[in-house]
Design a protein around this ligand. Structure first.
Ligand SMILES: [Zn+2]
Length: 338
């Protein structure tokens, strides 16, 4: 079972005034009886074998100071993930960069933690930062935006200002996608505007995916993908990871695991079972009746079985589709290096 979007705690301030992942919070990830929806023991209890942990940076001003603070924060978050494993999780979890590492970890009964990024804002105007993040920290995917436009692209949700500034991707955004393809970093279109997403499908040489989004035909929310976008994902070989976020599942919120399964089935029927997966958005607002925390992850596969899916289909949705896409990105790295 792969969960493609989990947030890590990042609340405290360092002496320099930067937010950080306090050592105590890091230790919490190794415990069962804490408030957090994701902890490694909860993942183990629920049969979640792979957890993609997001280094998230909120969208702020498009000035040097804002970009620099976001770059510092993103790297500090990735470093915190790295130090957490030897400090608190040895034997229980392992940080993984490649699909063979992920498979080895899960076969050994360890939770595979995969570092990813939410928001391309920390890149500022420097596409080379992608190579650094991939090589130094093993980042495997990055959303182009969060809520709010950045230098790369327009976002689906804008809290203030114009509905769009680039008309989708900027020239810089296209350059960044080229760098992502070269370094095995998947293009994550969750949070992107419709135009950004559709342009990214064409601009990327590796299929794009949405790490935490739902179906717009079932719930009209700007964060969700409409039928045209789903069809574009199918045509390009991409993937949507339905997410356990109540307001994306049902208008007005309050979505449950039953709604979650409806969204999965809608995608499976429209574009095929090989183009859909699952994500929780735990500790970032996600968690629904029936899948409240990582210890309940097995409820998802059980609900898919009750809905009539067979074991092969459930395996595809719960992990193999995502691994296939990560593998495609990895194959591309070796091709670029030869
Ligand atoms: Zn998000």
């Amino acid at each position: 079972m792969i969960d493609s979007h989990i947030d890590i705690p990042w609340n405290e301030k360092t002496a320099e005034g930067l937010p950080c992942w306090h050592k105590r919070d890091q230790a919490d990830v190794a415990m069962r009886d804490v408030e957090r929806r994701f902890t490694v023991p909860k993942a183990q209890a629920g049969g979640m074998g792979v957890a993609c942990l997001a280094a998230y940076t909120p969208q702020a001003g498009l000035d040097d100071a804002g970009h620099e603070a976001a770059w510092q924060r993103a790297r500090a978050m990735l470093e915190a993930m790295e130090e957490m494993v030897p400090l608190h999780l040895s034997g229980q979890a392992v940080l993984c960069r490649r699909v063979p590492d992920i498979r080895r970890a899960t076969e050994a009964g360890q939770v595979a933690l995969v570092p990813v990024m939410e928001n391309g804002y920390p890149l500022a105007d420097d596409p080379a930062r992608i190579g650094y993040l991939a090589r130094r920290h093993g980042v495997r995917y990055m959303t182009l935006t969060h809520n709010g436009h950045n230098l790369l692209a327009d976002s689906a949700v804008v809290r203030q200002g114009p509905a769009e500034v680039h008309g989708g991707l900027s020239a810089l955004g296209r350059e960044v996608i080229g760098e992502m393809n070269r370094h095995g970093v998947l293009v994550d279109v969750s949070h992107a505007s419709r135009k950004t997403m559709m342009q990214a499908v064409d601009a990327s040489s590796v299929p794009v995916f949405a790490s935490h989004s739902c179906v717009r035909a079932l719930c009209d929310h700007p964060r969700n993908l409409d039928d045209g976008q789903l069809d574009a994902l199918k045509a390009s070989g991409g993937l949507i990871q339905i997410t356990a976020m109540g307001p994306f599942l049902r208008r007005g919120g309050g979505g449950t695991l039953k709604d979650f399964v409806e969204h999965v089935l809608y995608v499976a029927r429209r574009i095929g079972v090989e183009h859909v997966g699952i994500s929780s958005d735990f500790d970032g607002g996600g968690g629904i009746e029936g899948w409240q925390d990582a210890s309940e992850t097995h409820h998802v596969s059980e609900a898919l079985a009750v809905a009539g899916l067979d074991a092969g289909e459930i395996r595809a949705i719960c992990g193999e589709n995502m691994l296939r896409l990560l593998q495609r990105a990895e194959d591309k790295i070796s091709k670029c290096q030869t």
